[in-house]
Design a protein around this ligand. Structure first.
Ligand code: GDD
Ligand code: MG
Length: 358
């Protein structure tokens, strides 16, 4: 019996707008390949052979890229929710495609997590603890955006408290679960269900064994622009080993067909996508310059995302900025933390207003 996995990829990626207007979050390129490739490659390396993607938002983008999954050595299937069914509803909605027996383990992944944890060890703990569900847990400094998961001394989950203003612990749900197949079949059908708010609290109330697999390896939810660009830089620099990295680790990753002027400086895990152009004396640090984008001469870009076919003029300065697809910035534009330029926008006038030497 081969191991199978469900990946939840139906979210709208709201916090990454406008990058996610056309491209769902798991399909945004991170370290040179669509984000989901890193997760699928890691799952494959852990022995997963059959994957069902639970899609909802822009499902066609996934299938157009990954097809039947053969390139990754996987059997890949797609199931699309007509209306978003939430995390639990999305898992239940793919149950008809699963081949596992009632007590077999099924791996479930949130589709926006970069993780170096040992999936095989999590599966082994699931088996040895006889759990209904085994949750990957991590410690974070600020747990408010996550599901808090207190455990007892034996590692048994005591409660599941999704996104509390006053978290009871810094130990949180890391978004990778092992479910006994029968638990998936028991989720109600045809209506939205949240694993975090319904299924996990329900299992605990029913006295089922829910186990925590606490781990301290690399872990990041890439759901915001700052986290996404951080994750990309970390993979390029080798802080997290990814079997899907299309090159070797180092200060930068320049993909085939990109043109980088010899006087330009790329650092901090910057990636330059296929067909992109970096002109003379540009400095790009810890950033993603996507396919076909242009960075003009003398421009500085730090911790930013420049989407496919966007163009940035000469002597600009961008720090912690998102420039969406095909947007065009003029000369000497200065943009800082939180600025987001929408697709196809042209910014020549703003260039004058924000001119660095005005
Ligand atoms: N198919 C489907 N349908 N997928 C969905 C839906 C849906 O209706 N809603 C969300 N998803 C997918 C998203 O695409 C994402 O991959 C995953 O479910 C989690 O959604 P997020 O929107 O990223 O949730 P979060 O980051 O706020 O919180 C979740 O992850 C945290 C860890 O990063 C929760 O599971 C938290 O408990 C957890 O701590
Ligand atoms: Mg998330």
């Amino acid at each position: 019996m081969s191991l199978e996995a469900v990946v939840l990829v139906g979210g709208k990626g709201t916090r990454l707008r406008p990058l996610t207007i056309d491209t769902p979050k798991p399909m945004l390129p991170l370290a040179g390949v669509p984000f989901l490739t890193h997760q699928l490659a890691r799952a494959r390396a852990a022995g997963v052979e059959h994957v069902v993607l639970a899609t909802s938002y822009r499902p066609e983008v996934f299938e157009a890229h990954f097809g039947d999954g053969a390139d990754l050595g996987l059997r890949l299937e797609y199931v699309t929710e007509v209306e978003p069914l939430g995390t639990g509803g999305g898992i239940r909605n793919v149950a008809g495609r699963l081949e596992s027996d009632p007590d077999d383990p099924v791996l479930i992944l949130n589709g926006d997590i970069l993780s170096g944890h040992d999936i095989a060890a999590q599966l082994e703990l699931h088996r040895s603890s006889g759990a209904a569900v085994t949750l990957h847990l991590v410690e974070v400094a600020d747990p408010r955006a996550f599901g808090c998961v207190p455990t007892d001394a034996a590692g048994r989950v005591a409660a599941f408290l999704e996104k509390m203003p006053d978290p009871v612990t810094t130990q949180v749900n890391a978004g990778c679960y092992v479910f006994a197949r029968r638990v998936i079949d028991a989720i109600p059908t045809g209506r939205p269900v949240s694993v975090e708010r319904d299924t996990f609290p329900g299992l605990l109330a029913a006295g089922e064994v829910v186990t925590g697999y606490l781990d301290s390896s690399y872990w990041l939810d890439v759901g915001t622009p700052a986290a996404f660009v951080q994750g990309s830089a970390d993979v390029v620099r080798g802080l997290l080993a990814s079997p899907a990295l299309p090159g070797t680790t180092g200060e930068s990753l320049v993909l085939g067909g990109a043109a980088v002027d010899p006087s330009a400086v790329l650092s901090g895990g910057t990636v330059v996508g296929p067909g992109a152009r970096i002109e003379a004396e540009a400095q790009v640090q810890g950033s993603i310059i996507a396919a076909g984008a242009v960075v003009g001469p003398g421009t500085t870009i730090v911790d930013s995302i420049v989407a496919p076919h966007a163009s940035i003029g000469g002597r600009c300065s961008l720090r912690q900025v998102v420039v969406a697809d095909r947007a065009r910035l003029g000369e000497r534009v200065e943009l800082t933390a939180g600025a987001r330029v929408w697709p196809d926008i042209e910014l020549p006038d703003v260039a004058i207003r924000f001119s660095s030497d005005a």
